[in-house]
Design a protein around this ligand. Structure first.
Ligand code: C2E
Ligand code: MG
Ligand code: MG
Ligand code: MG
Length: 276
């Protein structure tokens, strides 16, 4: 009867609701499923050579579009993945996808294009990451492209002999390091020389001050510090022409930000490079 059917349907609905609420209240299971189902994909933000204006490299940025909840920011799911030990499988998934996206396209990019991967402290010492980067170098070696690993200075690493050896192995595999979010965390000279990066990325919070405040002493001294240490500088978060011009006048090597390009899907990136 009608009544029975209704009771049955409401039973099913209640069951479904329980399922969903359990999922909703367990972001970590949602994230685990997202990794298993490959809902998280790499996007690519180009950065340019400040002098020539040519594309110099691309930064891989994780993007998660959940089928029900929509876009979830990396500022939310990366810390969650770090907390629950999911960053290693997530990084692995992204690196596999980067190789798939780029291996037959990398020849379209300028010679020596940098491919920058963000990592967390938990990726360090992980032998799988070392394998993945070697694989990436092997498959993307056309055009002498360079793999760069970006490490934030927000959560400083503790340098043990094993960690030093892990970095040495990356270097032997011809992988460079970039110190990300420079100026927001440690910016400690001993730390920088222990990490021995090839690049530093000046955090967007300093770049965003250019043109807003007359006081550029902070960004100027970060630039001076990096130059004195003979590091190549990438300025991130460049949003205006005034900021780009100021940074060019300071002889910064590379510029990155929405003024030049937002992060792009693989197909958008390849289309842009092909039609440049
Ligand atoms: P990040 O590595 O410092 O990346 C730069 C962030 O600034 C990105 O945010 C990028 O979309 C954003 N951005 C770029 N240009 C501009 C600009 O002109 N203006 C402004 N306001 N923002 C700009 P996103 O993609 O949301 O990523 C946030 C952070 O999440 C990243 O900061 C990085 O620390 C982390 N992250 C993203 N993907 C990964 C990943 O695959 N692995 C790890 N470990 N961390 C990741
Ligand atoms: Mg980065
Ligand atoms: Mg950064
Ligand atoms: Mg940042």
């Amino acid at each position: 009867s009608y009544k029975n059917l209704n009771t049955m349907l409401s039973g099913i609905n209640a069951g479904l609701a329980r399922c969903f609420s359990r999922r909703l209240h367990s972001p970590i299971n949602t994230l685990r499923t997202a990794i298993a189902q490959r809902q998280i994909a790499p996007f690519y933000q180009p950065f340019i050579d400040a002098r020539s204006g040519q594309i110099a490299g691309i930064e891989v940025l994780a993007r998660w579009r959940h089928p029900l909840y929509g876009y979830v920011s990396p500022d939310v799911f990366i810390p969650l993945a770090e907390k629950h030990h999911l960053i290693v499988p997530l990084t692995h998934l992204l690196m596999e996808q980067v190789v798939t996206d780029l291996q037959h396209q990398i020849h379209r990019f300028p010679h020596g294009t940098y491919i920058c991967i963000n990592i967390s402290a938990q990726n360090c010492l992980d032998p799988r990451f070392e394998c993945d980067t070697r694989e990436m170098v092997r498959k993307l070696k056309a055009n002498q492209s360079h793999v760069v690993v970006e490490i934030t200075e927000r959560h400083p690493l503790h340098f043990t002999p094993q960690l030093n050896e892990w970095f040495a192995a990356l270097r032997r595999a011809d992988i460079s390091l970039a110190l990300d979010d420079f100026g927001t965390g440690y910016s400690n000279l001993a730390y920088i020389s222990a990490l021995n990066p090839e690049f530093i990325k000046i955090d967007k919070q300093f770049v965003s001050q250019i043109g807003v405040s007359d006081d550029t002493r902070l960004v100027d001294s970060l630039i001076d510090l990096a130059k004195n240490m003979r590091l190549k500088i990438i300025a991130e978060g460049v949003e205006t022409e005034a900021q780009a011009n100021y940074l060019r006048s300071k002889r910064i090597d590379y510029l990155q930000g929405f003024y030049f390009s937002k992060p792009l899907s693989a197909s958008e990136l390849i289309y842009q490079v092909a039609t440049r």
